[in-house]
Every structure is written in structure tokens, then in C-alpha cells.
Write a protein that binds this ligand. Structure first.
Ligand code: GLN
Length: 514
């Protein structure tokens, strides 16, 4: 049975479920068996929620109408979720010792939406502690391995989710992206990953890292699977004050295609050239030059040639303030994190040092014992940036430059429909290669951070592989192409990504799917 459903897309599974060649419970058990066979090589998960998934599958099987075209979009689809989203009754660690015994009292809104759409939630995936990192090596529990080469990192911070999808453990997965944590691991693992427009998906029940940047989004092996998962989780939520309301979503003067089921289904009825005709795409000059590996640059430039050949209008554009994006991010994200993480004090949540003689030393030692080195570094940096006397020089200045970066994009989107760049400057690196040098690690996000600062949607999809042997110790590894659009252009990004995926005919399967 396993070989028949592992690696299948959502629409393939739906036809099989509809035709009753397989039941939801069988789809689930096959995925569980595949996980049990290979998880020790990948370490994608921190915990499993098989009991809830089995219950959901049984309910679906007893009500087979759910697999009809009118049924829930993810009926019977196994999905993995990053362990910084609350699943009711389950441990939510955020990859941190400080939350090792925290049981979530409710479902995050994105989880409610997944469940209402029939998804089978397999478990909670590994991440860098509190989503701070680019390799999943900052998890307090384990390192996740890249399914394309298990001696390499899967990227991060949503490395467990990206690896789970690439290894065929889950059909799709959820991650969170504050500075690139969905797109960069998608690029490293050869899957599709999307950060929606800020406010598209509710952050209710996502443990906050940097609230003005955090956004939940999907991973899939195909653009269509990614789009269907986004459709399932998106929507206004009054419990998140930054959630987009219907008038804003529909305030779409440029006529971006709205992300609906019929829009997604219509994609396969058109050729890539029909989908791309007349689309104006800017190639971000600052992100295809210095500091980008040759393999990656060549692959992205080949992608632009293909898009041009298909009828898109491709020109170089400049984001003059993009060189400040990294320092701005590391001031704002750490400032917000220092405030958000203040709640983990040994009293309200998680780990407490029971031997501390008094309350102040209890706060102190609970936090010292519970947080890892990277999280402590960020809390100190953020507290410094917000402290009196430095606030104007750092936090306020960073906010002003954030505005300039947003304006750069606004100017570009007056003339272009979307912009393109590599997702990351390199392919997946070796485990341990960058752990001693935080700055090198931070540079992994140079291309992804600007979209978070400006609240824009971004998608990463495979556009090629590195040449084996060209880069000293690397085997052939996936390369990601990033597309960024104006606010609420999520549907357009899906459309263009779909056209590219069909035209490039890339099939980047990890050895676990072959
Ligand atoms: N790698 C970036 C960081 O360490 C982004 C993390 C994220 O998007 N959650 O902050």
C-alpha cells in the first residue's frame, strides 16, 4: 500500500479517495509506516499526533461524501505542522527546553482551519529554537537532516516541515516565516514554500517571535498542493488584530487573481505561455551579484531566460535600500523578540528552576537554564536596541529604514507585477559548517528578509540543482527561485510559479521518494 500513496499530490489522493481505491485511514497508515521506516535518518519531527489524525481519518471514512469535488480541500491529506503552533492537548515546545512540558490549551486558528478542511495532522516538526535560525541546528532537541543529502542541513527555521515534505512523510506542511523561515528551507529541500501577504493567515496560536514580521504559510511538493494548503488556512480572524479583513483583501486595484479553488483548478487548463503572457517581472539586481554562489546565480538566470521565452517581460530592477535589510531585521526582530519572550519567566509557562532560593533568582535561573545560546543572544541584542538612550539610534532608525525598503518595493510595483531573485545565496550547507559564525548564518536570509519587512507575499520553488562536485564538498543539491509580489498578490505569485513549474519540467525528488 505504502508505495501507492507516498509522494502523491492532493488531487491524486482525492481521486483515489473518491474512487474508494484507498480510504483516508489507509492513506494515513501508509504515511505513518513511511515515517516509522525513515524518521531516524531525517529527524523531522519532535512529536506525533497520530491519535488525533486517526480519529479524523475514521470520521472521514464514515462520511465518504467529503471526498467529492465539493468536499473539504484537504480531506484525507496528511499534513505536518511546525512545533511553534498550538495543537490542543499536545506539547508545543518551539524547539526550546523552556517549553518542554507546555501543553497547548487550544488549537491555533491555522490548525482549526486545517482540521475543518479535513487534513490529517501527523505531528509537530523540528525548528530552530523559537524560530531563530536558518539551519534547524538551534533546536534544543535534535538536528534535522536534508533528505537530498543527510549530511546537510534542511535550512531553517522550519527545517522539520520542509524535510517532512521532501521525504514524503507529509503531503504538505505548515511553517512560519519571520525572515525567510519557510522560503529558505523550501529552497534547501527542493520543495515549494510560501510566505503569504502579512495578515493573510491568522497568527492566533502561533508562538510569537517578531509579531510585525511573523506569518504562517504552507510547504508542498508542487505549487498546486502549496496553493490548496494556503487556501485552507487563509482567512480573516478577529482573534488576530493584524488579520486582513475582507475589504482589504478585495481592495485589489491591479486585478490580481484572487486565490480561490476555481482559480487554482483553472491553472492546469492553460499553457505556461498563456499564464505568463505580458507579466512584467523585475530581477533584483542586488540579489544576483556578489555573495551569491555561481551555481545559484546561473540557475536563476536560466529561469529568467525561460520566463522570457514564455512571453514574460523580464528586466533588471534595483532595491537601493536592500543592503540595509539584514541590519534592520536584526534590530527589529530582536527588539520584538525580547518583548515577546519576556513571558517565559518560570511562572506562567514551562520550565522553572525549583531550587532557586527566591523569586528573582528563580526568574534568572529558569531563563538561563531554559533558553539556548542564540535565543539569549537575541534577547540581549533586542533589549539593548530598545533601551533608553539607544532607542532612537537603533530601534527608531531601523523603523525608518524599514519604511524606505517598503517604498523601494512600492516604486517597483508601479511598473512590475512581481520581482524575482534567488531564495538563498547558496544551496544547503553541511551540518556544523556555520554554527560557529552567527553572521554567516544570518547571511542565509539576505534575499528573503526584505519581503517580511515590507509585508509582501513570497514563494520559493525549485529552479535547478547545483552541479555535483563544483562546490568542494557538495553533491547535487536543490536551488530555489524566489518570486515576490505586492500586498495581496498571492494569487498572482501562485499563477506565475505554477507556469514556471510546468514549463521547467523539473522533478526534484529526494531519495526517500524514488
Ligand atoms: N533565519 C532568520 C532568523 O534567524 C529568520 C527566521 C524566521 O523566519 N523565523 O531570524
Amino acid at each position: 500500500m505504502s508505495a501507492e500513496v507516498i509522494g502523491k499530490s492532493i488531487s491524486e489522493l482525492r481521486s483515489m479517495l473518491k474512487a474508494k481505491t484507498v480510504s483516508a485511514s489507509e492513506v494515513l497508515e501508509s504515511h505513518i509506516a513511511h515515517i516509522e521506516k525513515h524518521e531516524s535518518e531525517i529527524n523531522a519531527f519532535l512529536s506525533f499526533t497520530f491519535d488525533q489524525a486517526r480519529q479524523q481519518a475514521r470520521t472521514l471514512d464514515q462520511n465518504s461524501g467529503d471526498f467529492s469535488d465539493a468536499g473539504a480541500v484537504l480531506a484525507g491529506v496528511p499534513v505536518a505542522v511546525k512545533d511553534n503552533m498550538c495543537v490542543s492537548g499536545k506539547i508545543t515546545t518551539c524547539g526550546s527546553k523552556i517549553l518542554e512540558n507546555f501543553t497547548a490549551p487550544y488549537d491555533a486558528q491555522a490548525i482549526v482551519n486545517l482540521k475543518n478542511n479535513g487534513a490529517l495532522i501527523l505531528g509537530k516538526t523540528n525548528l530552530d529554537e523559537f524560530a531563530m535560525g536558518s539551519s534547524t541546528e538551534n533546536s534544543a532537541y535534535k538536528c534535522t537532516n536534508n533528505p537530498h543529502d543527510t549530511s546537510c542541513v534542511p535550512g531553517g527555521s522550519s527545517g522539520g516541515s520542509a524535510a517532512a515534505v521532501a521525504a514524503g512523510f507529509a503531503v504538505t506542511a505548515l511553517g512560519s516565516d519571520t525572515g525567510g523561515s519557510i522560503r529558505q528551507p523550501a529552497s534547501f529541500c527542493g520543495v515549494v514554500g510560501m510566505k503569504p501577504t502579512y495578515g493573510m493567515v491568522s497568527r492566533y496560536g502561533l508562538v510569537a517571535f517578531a509579531s510585525s514580521l511573523d506569518q504562517i504559510g504552507p510547504f508542498g511538493r508542487t505549487v498546486e498542493d502549496t496553493a490548496l494548503t494556503l487556501l485552507a488556512i487563509a482567512g480573516h480572524d478577529p482573534k488576530d488584530s493584524t488579520s486582513l479583513t475582507a475589504p482589504y483583501r478585495n481592495n485589489n486595484p491591479k486585478g490580481f487573481p484572487e486565490l480561490t479553488l476555481s482559480m487554482i483548478e483553472s491553472l492546469s487548463k492553460q499553457s505556461p505561455a498563456e499564464l505568463l503572457k505580458g507579466t512584467r517581472i523585475g530581477v533584483i539586481k542586488e540579489l544576483v551579484g556578489e555573495g551569491i554562489e555561481t551555481n545559484v546565480r546561473n540557475s536563476v538566470l536560466d529561469a529568467t531566460k525561460l520566463l522570457t521565452a514564455l512571453g514574460a517581460i523580464v528586466e533588471e530592477v534595483s532595491l537601493p535600500h536592500s543592503r540595509y535589510a539584514l541590519p534592520v531585521y536584526y534590530l527589529l526582530a530582536t527588539a520584538e523578540a525580547s518583548a515577546n519572550l519576556a513571558r517565559f519567566d518560570g511562572v506562567r509557562y514551562g520550565l522553572r528552576d525549583l531550587d532557586a532560593p527566591d523569586i528573582l533568582s528563580m526568574y534568572n535561573s529558569s531563563r538561563s537554564l531554559g533558553f539556548g545560546a542564540e535565543v539569549k543572544r537575541r534577547i540581549m541584542l533586542g533589549t539593548y536596541a530598545l533601551s533608553s538612550g539607544y532607542y532612537d539610534a537603533y530601534y527608531k532608525k531601523a523603523q525608518q529604514v524599514r519604511r524606505l525598503i517598503t517604498s523601494d518595493f512600492e516604486k517597483i510595483f508601479e511598473k512590475f507585477d512581481l520581482v524575482l531573485s534567488p531564495t538563498a545565496p547558496s544551496t544547503a550547507f553541511k551540518t556544523g559548517e556555520k554554527t560557529g559564525d552567527p553572521l554567516q548564518m544570518y547571511l542565509s536570509d539576505i534575499a528573503t528578509i526584505p519581503a517580511n519587512l515590507a509585508g509582501l507575499p513570497g514563494i520559493s520553488l525549485p529552479c535547478g540543482t547545483s552541479v555535483a562536485g563544483e562546490n568542494a564538498h557538495r553533491s547535487e543539491m536543490p536551488i530555489g527561485l524566489q518570486l515576490l509580489g505586492a500586498p495581496v498578490s498571492d494569487g498572482l505569485l501562485i499563477k506565475v510559479a505554477y507556469a514556471f513549474e510546468q514549463a521547467s519540467k523539473l522533478k526534484l525528488q529526494s531519495p526517500f521518494l524514488r
